[in-house]
Every structure is written in C-alpha cells, then in structure tokens.
Design a protein around this ligand. Structure first.
Ligand SMILES: [Zn+2]
Length: 280
C-alpha cells in the first residue's frame, strides 16, 4: 500500500496558533492578536493507493483561499495562503497517474478551509465527514467558526461517518474505511470538537494521517495544545491518546502542516519512540 503526500501550497499562521499560549479565551485570541508569524508551513492532502481503490484523506488548500471574507478577523489577521491552481490536489493526483474516477473514497479530518478546499476535484467519490462537524459549519455560527460552506461544490452531499463501538488501540470507537479493515477512522476531538484521524495498518506499524490534531509531531509529544482548540482538556486527552498509540506500536505520525511529515512518510520505517513521560 502506497501513500502519497500531496503538498497543496503553503500557509502561514502565527506561532501562537501552532503552540497555544496561556489558557481559555486568552489562548484562543492570541492567533489573532499576536504579531509573531511562524515560517510558512505545507498543507498536505494524502492519497492511499489501496487494492479496494484510492482513498484521499483531506483535499487540501485551493487557489480560491488567496481571497477570504474581509469581515472575519481570523482571515484578515491570522492566516495567509500561497497556492496556485496547478498545486491543488486534482492536478497533482493526475500527474501521479490517479484520475478522479480512481478515487473511491474521500474522507475529511475536519472541514476547515485548507482541508475541504479541493473538494471540487472529487465529483465521483464517496465523501465521508463527521456528521457533527458538518452540522457545525451551518449558518452564522459556522461562519464565525471560519467554515466556508458556500465555497463547496453544488453537488457536495457528504455521508456522515458512523462510529462503531470497536476499540482501536487507545481509541474507544472507530470506523473501518476498507473491507480489509486495514484503514480506519478514529475520533480525535480537540482542534475541532468532531475532528477525526485516519490510521493505516502497515504490518505491525500504524501510519496516522492526523489532520490538525497538532501542527507538529513535537507539540503532540510534549502535549502542547494549539491556539484554536475550543476545549483544551479534550485536545490534551487526544494528544495523550496518540502518545499511547505510539507506545503500543510503531507509529508514523503525519499531521497536515508539519514540515517534516513528508520526510517521515518517505522513511516509513522510522518510528516514533514510545515516550510515556512526555505528557505536559
Ligand atoms: Zn484546522
């Protein structure tokens, strides 16, 4: 099974978003108020070449994100995108010999704009999302949270994922994405309340397509919650569960914006050492 790391342009956010500063509302305001930009980060979409068909995990950013609603302080003050059309997920998959009809399933870790930006490239796929995440994108509440459902393709009609009471390592629930059971979704709430991640079994190892559970592997290992998670305790518990997974079996941890994710995928056999003492 081959996994492709597809870099859909770059994004720049504040250091206080990558590593939350302080607690509560103060922490959540820092990405907007702080003036310290981090370096540009990649935005990865992932394509799993599976015998049952290609599975795409997140659709990445898109060129339309270079223009964002002006009324929203986060969009105005806290994020910048650098991407052109050829860097979107569709053209990059085609250059790897993967056409839109080859993609059987698309699953979104959450519906932030740099994860659902490339949906238009997948009109023929089954698209899975968390039902609760989808509900949260609606109306004025969704707009304030920074979702852009008006930019979804008109045909977009995703299927809500159904969780099963099937334990997968430290995760109490899971949802298989293949008949073989070697690709599963697990709930990883934190960055958003209904965020999910995708685990790919590779022999005794797990490859974790982790979305925005953390921006970096290092912040996951330290248990540092980001600057935007609505519930700090819930986010910290998810980071602890991921460290528990790493302790149980060799795990390659691949967050969307970690500049080292693609390299870790290339060195598939390099593993995250168990670090039970790493909790903050
Ligand atoms: Zn996000």
């Amino acid at each position: 099974m081959r996994i492709h790391a597809i870099k859909t342009g770059r994004v720049q956010i504040k250091k206080a978003q990558i590593e939350g500063r302080g607690h509560g509302t103060w922490r959540q305001l820092q990405p907007i108020l702080s003036r310290e930009w981090a370096d540009w980060s990649p935005t990865y979409a992932w394509a799993i070449e599976h015998p049952e068909g290609v599975i795409v995990v997140d659709t990445g950013a898109a060129a339309h994100l270079k223009s964002l609603p002006r009324w929203h302080p986060y969009f105005q003050l806290a994020v910048r995108f650098d991407i052109d059309g050829e860097q979107e997920v569709g053209p990059q998959l085609r250059s790897r010999g993967i056409g839109a009809r080859d993609v059987k399933t698309v699953i979104l870790t959450h519906m932030h704009i740099d994860h659902d930006g490339g949906l238009a490239h997948f009109p023929h796929s089954r698209i899975l999302v968390s039902g609760e995440e989808l509900a949260r994108t609606a109306g004025i509440g969704g707009a304030i949270l920074g979702y852009l459902p008006k930019r979804w393709p008109t045909w977009f009609d995703p299927k809500p994922l159904t969780w099963q009471a099937a334990r997968h390592g430290p995760f109490a629930r899971s949802a298989p994405l293949t008949k073989a059971g070697d690709v599963v979704a697990v709930p990883t709430p934190g960055h958003t309340t209904s965020h999910l991640s995708v685990l790919v079994r590779d022999g005794d190892s797990e490859i974790m397509l982790a979305g925005d559970t953390s921006y970096l592997e290092s912040t996951m290992l330290r248990g540092t919650v980001d600057g935007v998670s609505p519930n700090e305790a819930e986010a910290a518990a998810t980071l602890a569960a991921i460290r528990e997974l790493c302790a149980q079996r060799p795990t390659v941890y691949l967050p969307t914006h970690d500049p080292e994710s693609a390299e870790r995928l290339d060195q598939l056999h390099a593993t995250v050492a168990p670090r039970r003492d790493a909790a903050a």
